[in-house]
Design a protein around this ligand. Structure first.
Ligand code: NOJ
Length: 563
């Protein structure tokens, strides 16, 4: 039963084929290269890969501009290579979810070419048109500063088309039943080829009403139920992980109050407040964000992340909070993007400081939800701010200190490899870190192993334990009569805290440290006292006298979770 909802205790790894490993030596990563690296991913303990768009595309938005939903871009290989890859994943017990980008197509898609060819063409109503320039054409841009408008004039059909994103990404008319049927067909196709679901791109825009007269789009939530129903008819354990940066009040609309819509959603609210907490050392807004995103159906799950392939969007923080994060993590203008975010990778944001990196990842592994790592995080890769927009954090994976980081044999690569400075591939690479027992890579592997052995995080209920210290976050999870406790000190100074676990009787007397020998016992009043060094993180299994007696009958290993 507990394995049926596999995403509840999964560890996701997100990667783009083109930046991971080039097997054929043309400078671009491919499925053959990725397949060769599956043992590496498996060795890290990853249980699911999220594959970014790999379908044929002009590549003007890193593949989020698809020109054919039913194929593989020749730069990455063939459909056959894709199936070899999913097969290789299944052999290792790794699931695959892929991006489902159906808010818009590329302007090079055959549907759009047909739609713009004449006003009465077959695919005309698959897109969103206006005879005149709509009055709100200069509003609602997702990429302000780069994107000029949301409506662009098409000279062939002499009308205007709507695009929520760049002008080469015309929005599909998702209210059109034919478009809806096609979306299901796309899902069915990839499910048949072995994927376990989708990371659905830009969900609020997919389900929004669109058109020249729409000033305030409304979400058509029932569409989510239709997607979910189809998905599960075709494949019972398939999921959708929604990209929806929405206000907490609408979370339940996305999950469905009966748990009948999206199984997973990225928790953008926690993400932004987590960065504020890391920047300010004050965990209170993060705790508030956790509480406000707590309600969700039993089968639903949050996806937790630190950085992803886009900018770190700080748009939902207060102005003061946002400025605090900018000042700490992205003070220069060229580190910021779209007036709302930071485009750097995590390691440079945290000054490459191993203590702060471990703290940040420890939080990601232990906050309520399922962690989603980004390729290169495990070796603390850096960024290249000379590259435009979000490309700075999409550089090729650094495998070794061979030329071009062992990523490609070609003289040139799709995105340039980082070859200078402290994050250059000579210093930061997998081969080197593999040999070093204390490397970030080996630390990550150990943390992932332990994270999977604590299913209480994904399945249980959490309680924030009062420590009366704004820099310290203590979270207890309870599930099936087991409890675990995670304590983090976000301050650069050591902190001493005292707290009661709030469990009955002697249940919480012992805190068994899962990562070191530093266990803890409560005082006579049942209070725990901890001395936390700067940026400390502690993972404990909670045990009392009863618990220890019960366990000593079974085995002497107090660390393993009782199955
Ligand atoms: C969200 C994706 O994460 C982003 O990278 C992309 O540019 C937009 N959607 C448009 O597809």
């Amino acid at each position: 039963m507990i394995d049926d909802l596999w995403y509840k205790n999964a560890v996701f790894y997100c990667l783009s084929v083109g930046s991971f490993m080039d097997a054929d030596g043309d400078g671009c990563g491919d499925f053959k290269g990725l397949t060769r690296r599956l043992d590496y991913i498996h060795g890290l303990g990853i249980t699911a890969i999220w594959l970014m768009p790999f379908q044929p595309s002009p590549g003007k938005d890193d593949g989020y501009d698809i020109s054919d939903y039913y194929g593989v871009d020749p730069r990455y290989g063939t459909l056959g290579d894709f199936v070899e890859f999913t097969h290789g994943c299944h052999q290792r017990g790794i699931r695959v979810i892929i991006d489902l980008v159906v808010n818009h197509t590329s302007d090079q898609h055959a549907w759009f070419k047909d739609a713009r060819s004449a006003r009465d063409s077959r695919y005309r109503d698959w897109y969103v048109w206006s005879d005149k320039k709509p009055p709100n054409a200069n509003k609602g841009m997702v990429f302000p500063g780069v994107q000029k408008s949301t409506w662009t004039h098409d000279t062939t059909s002499k009308s205007w088309f709507f695009h929520r994103f760049y002008d080469f990404q015309p929005d599909l008319n998702t209210s059109n039943p034919y478009v809806q049927a096609e979306i299901l067909k796309i899902m069915g196709f990839w499910l048949q080829l072995g994927v376990s679901g989708f990371r659905m791109d830009a969900v609020p825009f997919v389900i929004a009403t669109k058109g020249p007269k729409v000033n305030k789009p409304t979400e058509q939530y029932d569409m989510l139920r239709a997607f979910r129903e189809f998905l599960q008819w075709r494949k019972g354990d398939a999921i959708i992980l929604a990209e929806a940066n929405v206000l907490p009040e609408t979370d339940m609309e996305y999950f469905g109050s009966d748990g009948d819509r999206m199984q997973m959603m990225f928790n953008f609210h926690v993400n932004q407040n987590l960065f504020y907490a890391l920047a300010s050392g004050d965990v209170r807004p993060l705790a508030a964000a956790m509480k406000v995103t707590k309600p969700r159906p039993a089968t639903a799950q949050w996806g937790l992340f630190l950085r992803n392939h886009d900018e770190l969007d700080l748009g939902r923080l207060t102005e003061e909070q946002r400025q605090t994060v900018f000042a700490k993590f992205g003070p220069d203008k060229d580190m910021q993007l779209y007036d709302r975010g930071i485009r750097r990778r995590l390691a440079p944001m945290l000054g490459g400081d191993r203590r702060r990196l471990e703290l940040a990842y420890s939080l990601m592994y232990t906050l309520p939800g399922t962690p989603v790592l980004r390729y290169g995080d495990e070796i603390a890769m850096g960024d290249d701010l000379t590259l435009p927009e979000r490309n700075c954090a999409r550089t090729p994976m650094q495998w070794s200190n061979e030329p071009r980081a062992g990523f490609t044999k070609s003289e040139k690569s799709k995105n340039p490899v980082i070859d200078k400075g402290p994050y250059g591939y000579n210093h930061v690479n997998v081969a080197k870190q593999r040999r070093d027992p204390n490397s970030m890579l080996n630390w990550t592997e150990r943390m992932i192993r332990m994270r999977k052995e604590v299913p209480e995080i994904g399945w249980g209920d959490f309680t924030i334990i009062a420590t009366r210290n704004p820099a310290v976050l203590a979270i207890r999870y309870d599930w099936r009569n087991n409890s675990v406790l995670f304590v983090h000190n976000l301050d650069e100074q050591p902190r001493e805290v005292s707290f009661a676990l709030g469990l009955d009787g002697k249940q919480g007397d012992h805190l068994i440290n899962l990562l070191t020998e530093d266990h803890n016992r409560a005082d006579a009043q049942g209070k725990h006292h901890l001395m936390l060094e700067a940026y400390a993180y502690r993972w404990y299994r909670v045990g009392g006298l009863d618990y220890l007696l019960r366990r000593s009958d079974i085995d002497s290993d107090t660390d393993a979770h009782p199955a």
